[in-house]
Every structure is written in structure tokens, then in C-alpha cells.
Design a protein around this ligand. Sequence first.
Ligand code: ADP
Ligand code: MG
Length: 333
Amino acid sequence: MGLSEFALIDHFFRPLGANRDDVVIGVGDDAAVLSCAADRQLVAAVDTLVAGVHFPLDTAPGDIGYKCLAVNLSDLAAMGAEPAWATLALTLPEADEAWLAAFAQGWADLARRYNVALVGGDTTRGPLTVSVQVMGFVPSGCAVTRGGARPGDDIYATGTLGDGYGGLRCILDGNRDDEHSRYLRQRLNRPTPRIELGLALRGIATAMIDVSDGLAADLGHIVEQSGCGARIELDQLPLSTALVRLAADFAQRPELSRLEQATAAQRCAIIGGDDYELCFTAPPGHAAAIEALSHRIDCPVTRIGRVVEGVGLSGRTAGGDSVPLAASGYRHF
Ligand code: ADP
Ligand code: MG
């Protein structure tokens, strides 16, 4: 059965995700009409995933459907925003129904969990590219930006860092299939957007970002926009067992090799990208509240360093040696 463009949209995308009362007009008209409460601000983000650039060409369609929404929800989480709506611009080489069904399932898994309605999009033919826009809310004036960190603040990270990079290496270096490689690949393909924690950190975090390009690059944005510096305690970086076990195998990669004083897994955590964990800063007086939130929400949070006077990032080894960390992450141009 070959579906036309409109039948395909009707079949796969009209019912996709959550039903929300604030969607006045969703998929099917020229544009969506959405209701927005007066005391809230709209928070919008868009991210494009290109096959062969953002994910390996043989990535499962369910993982692509999941991840294209997850990376956008992660941006909302980093603003402290509550997700509501999404639009999806899908460029496909062909209308393969099995592919579309799996893609839609991957999307739906996440969209229902976070109450995100798909309200519109665009479907075109071409090299596989997925562009997703998400919209959400904050109470007016309550968004958490990258610019509010102050010297003396603690720096925290959620989850574990470096797994996305490790997962990618496991795929590119010959599709390894042991238990640790499977774990890292799952972390790459199905990252957990830290929505609940992001919401709970409004009024607590002074600055926040999601780690998409690597900790050094993303924390680099916080210190630059906040006008301060940061010192990371290398031995405090949260690392998964799987990454610690496998990282020695890719520590010689050129992008990792210059951080000689750090262990292989620490290098992945600092330089690697695609983790979609949150990195945030908060005054030391909030430490107990943050620990309580971490338990309540069941989201691991680790203190990894401190905001300092000055500029740029440095690391400190367990032995007390200082290591310069230039903010270098993945750049397209
Ligand atoms: P137009 O030509 O007016 O842009 P389209 O034919 O592109 O309309 O789309 C028809 C309807 O289907 C619109 O409401 C659009 O938002 C929706 N739509 C198209 N593609 C998608 C998609 N991939 N996901 C969700 N909605 C889509
Ligand atoms: Mg269109």
C-alpha cells in the first residue's frame, strides 16, 4: 500500500503524542492555533538532525523518532520550561511505512510521557533530515538562562557524562556488541531529557545549559555569558561503569588526546557531546535543597566544581594539579 503525502500525514502524524486542551487547531489546517495563558511566557527551541551528521545512517527509525524530540525537550529542560507543543519538519528519501510507523512509535513514547502534542509540520522528499521545534512555558520572568552564574556558585551535572561520545565510538569503531557497548549506544540513541529536574530548579539554579556539545563547550557558554570562570574537579565527574570500562579503547582519538592529565573516561566526559544531561550552577546555600530534589525526582545530581572569578575553564586533578580546559566541542563550521 503506497500512501500519498496527505494520507501519510493523516495516518502517522495527526494522532501523534498527547491530546491537549490548549490546541485549538492542530495538524490539518494551514497553521496551528494554540492558547497561551497571559501570565506565562512561551519558550521555543528548534533542532535539526541530519542523517550521517547527527546520527549514523543505519540508526533505527524508532531511535531517530525518540531522539529528535528528546534533544529538543532537553533544551526546554535547560530553560526550566514545561513542554507543551511540537512541530515536525520531516525530509524523507521515500515514504516507507514500516520506517514511519517505527519513527512515530519512538516519538510517541516520549511525547506522551511529557504531555507534548504534535500540532503541525511539513513533509518533503530528500535526504533524511528531521527538524523539530518544541514550545513550552515558564511563569513570566522565571526562565533559567546561561548568564546568571556568580563566583562562589557550585557547578552540578545530572546523570553521567561522556556516554553519548562512548556510544558513538562503539558504533563507529566496528559496532561492538558487549554489555557495556549496548549500554553506551542506548545512552546515545535514547537520552533522557531532564524535564522534571529542570522545572524544579527554577528559583534555585543561577544558570543552566544542556550538555549537547560536550561539558567543556557547554559550561564554556555559561561562564562566557555569566562573565566568570569555572574550575572542574576532574575526579568528581560522574562516569558510568560502562564508560570507565571502555574509554581506554578510544582515548587515543585526536580530539581526546591533548587532555593528558585526565583519565580516558574523564576526557570523554569533558570533550564528548550528545549527553543531554543538565549542567547548572547554584549558590552553596542550596546544596541541601538540590540533594533533596535529586532524590525526590530520582535524577542523579553531582557537584563537579565551582564558579570562580576570571575567565575560562580549568580542571583540577585529584592530586591538586591544574589542567587548562579550552572550551572545545563539536562545531559544524
Ligand atoms: P501547507 O501546504 O499548507 O504547508 P502541508 O500540506 O504541508 O500544508 O501540511 C498539511 C497539514 O499537515 C498541516 O497542518 C501541517 O502542519 C501538517 N503536517 C505536514 N507534515 C507534517 C508532519 N511531518 N508532522 C506533523 N504535521 C504535519
Ligand atoms: Mg507545508
